[in-house]
Design a protein around this ligand. Structure first.
Ligand SMILES: Nc1ncnc2c1ncn2[C@@H]1O[C@H](COP(=O)(O)OP(=O)(O)OP(=O)(O)O)[C@@H](O)[C@H]1O
Length: 638
């Protein structure tokens, strides 16, 4: 009889303590929120605005021609303004000064006509700009979401979900500002500037030149403040991401938070990020608030200089009163696009802080990629093989799996057992091709998984996980998730096989009952049977069961065994379990420890060998085999 290494027994013992067979309380929560002093979300690497532009410009393809009417509308606005001002000059010089009402009879209807025309143009401009911008966002948001969905599991295991959500739903909008609204506004201001500058030069070139001396001052101020706004905006966006991350973690784990009375602590965590965001917003506001009076000061200085020279010219008789007033009004109009252009700089920088976060997301590459010449295999026979598989999670020192080899023929059941952290779930992740092994090969029907189309690999697998995933939707939708397009009859048949039909019938709306997010309105056993029905309907040749009875009490655990056996019949099954009842019938049992295979064999072989498995068996004192539907000694039959 082989001696069992003491550390192995200790670890196996710890298994028994952590999850005794069949008699475990349902977990309240899935995962505890991570508590660290380090920043929740790190800032995305800075990207120069030109690069931001280059990255996103291709997204405007197909919509660029809409920029033409936008520019035309922009042209019309300042022209209407200019005509209005010219009419004002005529009113002063030809109506007010000579006190003659006759010209007013054509000026009034012309003015009204102009207002109506500018209203119509404004409407068309608004609608076109919004349509173009929103269509752009529609595509970009969908693309970013598609990209994020294609990222490998490793990405989601490393990142804060709340931050990713903020990027997909919030930061994306800023890219539109950067590219379309920003560019359209910029063009609009440039056109206004051109029109007014042309008019001013036409009216009085000398006064116009004088009014332009302040432009370099505008420019310098704009550059200075834009840089500051950019820094503050980066911080603000980072804080937004952190805030969402905290909210998502706290609310997603509300059962743990309330059970441990940690609401106050969670509030403080939220408060820290909330205050951080507030401070970042205040910094941005302060910069903008300082900028505004500085700009006004520059503007007024220019205006006063022109007024001084203009008044002198008026006194000299070189200018009419109407001419001077129009000139001063036009100067105001001229300064506004200059001011808006310089302000646009800070808007650009603020938007680029968000765009950087999107770029960082888009630059993430899936660790698992489908090769260009991936083979399609359709329905597999269901032969699964691990050959000398070694794998280390990125950024971790120890191997999670080391030289692991096993083979499962179609229709056989392989059980993976071992202490917590032994590498069982890691093996499941490699079989699902969430990760690729560093060395060795995982094969389906004799072909390395990377040589197969990714969707084929996953289509051939049905999974029932420890933490059963139930979506917010009807029971029917949740079952049909396993095979979109399944008929009602197939859904009911799957539910019957999964022993779920009876409880579903008793739900308020039967198969149309809405189950809350993560299936919170169902019991653990009901959720598990729903997951089995989903796997049934998928009808895949390979079945992966990761702790299918963990978290269920004895009665629920037993109820799940029968449907599980029906599900496993005729399929290749890889079952991960601490529960020796689910593994004893397996064709082969693989005992893992620290990522290595300790022993392999059937239940009887391993018992006879007296090694780790036998030790585990003794510890759990497993009662006799359970027949389909038969109760465990000492348990209440369902
Ligand atoms: N995403 C991850 N990143 C880094 N290390 C990981 C990750 N997931 C698991 N590990 C590590 O890999 C090792 C194997 O973990 P795995 O989840 O495969 O164990 P397990 O046997 O399934 O445990 P359990 O029975 O508790 O579910 C552990 O040391 C674990 O800390």
């Amino acid at each position: 009889m082989k001696r069992v290494p003491s550390h192995v027994l200790e670890r196996l013992l710890s298994v028994g303590k952590e999850s005794p067979p069949l008699v475990t309380a349902a977990p309240l929560v899935t995962a505890a929120p991570l508590v660290t002093a380090a920043p929740l979300v790190t800032a995305a690497p800075p990207v120069p605005p030109r690069e931001v532009f280059r990255r996103f410009w291709p997204y405007t393809r197909g919509r660029r021609r809409w920029l033409v009417p936008l520019v035309l509308f922009s042209l019309a606005g300042p022209l209407v303004d200019a005509v209005e001002l010219w009419l004002f000059k005529v009113v002063v010089d030809d109506v007010l000064v000579p006190r003659d009402l006759r010209p007013f009879l054509w000026i009034a209807p012309t003015y009204l006509g102009l207002v109506v025309a500018s209203g119509i143009l404004g409407f068309a401009d608004d609608m076109t700009a919004t349509w173009v911008g929103e269509r752009f966002l529609l595509t970009l948001r969908a693309d970013v979401f598609r990209h994020v969905q294609q990222l490998s599991l490793g990405f989601f295991e490393r990142r804060r979900l709340g931050d990713v959500l903020t990027r997909v739903t919030g930061d994306v909008d800023a890219v539109e500002t950067f590219l379309l609204s920003g560019v359209a506004d910029g063009l609009y201001h440039v056109i206004r500037l051109g029109v007014f500058l042309g008019l001013l030069f036409y009216l009085r070139w000398d006064l116009t030149l004088l009014s332009l001396v302040i432009v370099p001052l505008f420019w310098r101020a704009a550059r200075h403040f834009s840089r500051q706004v950019r820094e503050a905006s980066r911080e603000r966006r980072r804080r937004s991401g952190s805030l969402s991350a905290v909210a998502e973690e706290s609310l997603g784990n509300v059962a743990l938070v309330q059970a441990y009375n940690r609401q106050g602590w969670e509030e403080r965590r939220f408060e820290r990020e909330n205050v951080g965001k507030f401070q970042a917003s205040m910094t941005t506001a302060r910069i903008r608030a300082v900028y505004r009076p500085v700009v006004e000061l520059i503007e007024v200085s220019g205006g006063l200089a022109v007024m001084g020279l203009g008044t002198w010219k008026l006194a000299q008789g070189q200018l009419t009163l109407g001419g001077l007033l129009v000139f001063l009004a036009l100067i105001g109009k001229l300064y506004s696009p200059i001011r808006d252009l310089s302000r646009l700089g800070s808007t650009f920088y603020a938007a680029s802080a968000s765009a950087e976060r999107i770029i960082e997301l888009l630059d993430q590459r899936p660790q698992v990629v489908e090769s260009a010449d991936a083979r399609r295999i359709g329905r597999a026979r269901g032969e699964v093989e691990f050959q000398n598989v070694s794998f280390r999670y990125p950024g971790t020192p120890a191997l999670a799996l080391s030289e692991v080899s096993f083979h499962v023929s179609p229709g056989e059941t392989l059980a993976l057992v071992g202490a917590s952290g032994a590498g069982k779930s890691t093996a499941a992740k490699l079989l699902l091709r969430f990760y690729d092994p560093d060395r060795g090969a995982v094969r389906l029907d004799g072909t390395d998984l990377p040589e197969l189309a990714l969707s084929d690999v996953r289509d051939n697998l049905a999974v029932v996980l420890q933490e059963t995933l139930v979506f917010h939707g009807t029971v029917r939708e949740n079952i049909a998730y396993g095979r979109p397009g399944a008929t009602d009859a197939e859904i009911v048949a799957a539910a019957r096989d999964a022993d779920a039909h009876d409880f579903i019938r008793l739900l308020p709306d039967g198969y149309d009952t809405m189950v809350g997010q993560r299936g919170r309105t169902l019991s653990g056993g009901q959720r598990q049977r729903l997951a089995i029905a989903r796997a049934m309907i998928r009808d895949a040749p390979v079945l992966l069961l990761d702790e299918p009875t963990t978290g269920l009490d004895a009665r629920s655990g037993l109820r799940v065994m029968d449907p599980l056996r029906r599900l496993m019949a005729g399929r290749t099954t890889v079952v991960i379990s601490h529960n020796l009842l689910t593994v004893r019938d397996a064709t082969r049992i693989v005992v893992l420890d620290h990522g290595r295979i300790l022993e392999t064999g059937t239940h009887d072989d391993l018992l006879a060998r007296g090694g780790a498995y036998a030790g585990l068996h003794r510890l759990h004192a497993v009662p006799g085999p359970v027949r389909a539907g038969g109760p465990l000694p000492g348990t209440v039959p369902s």
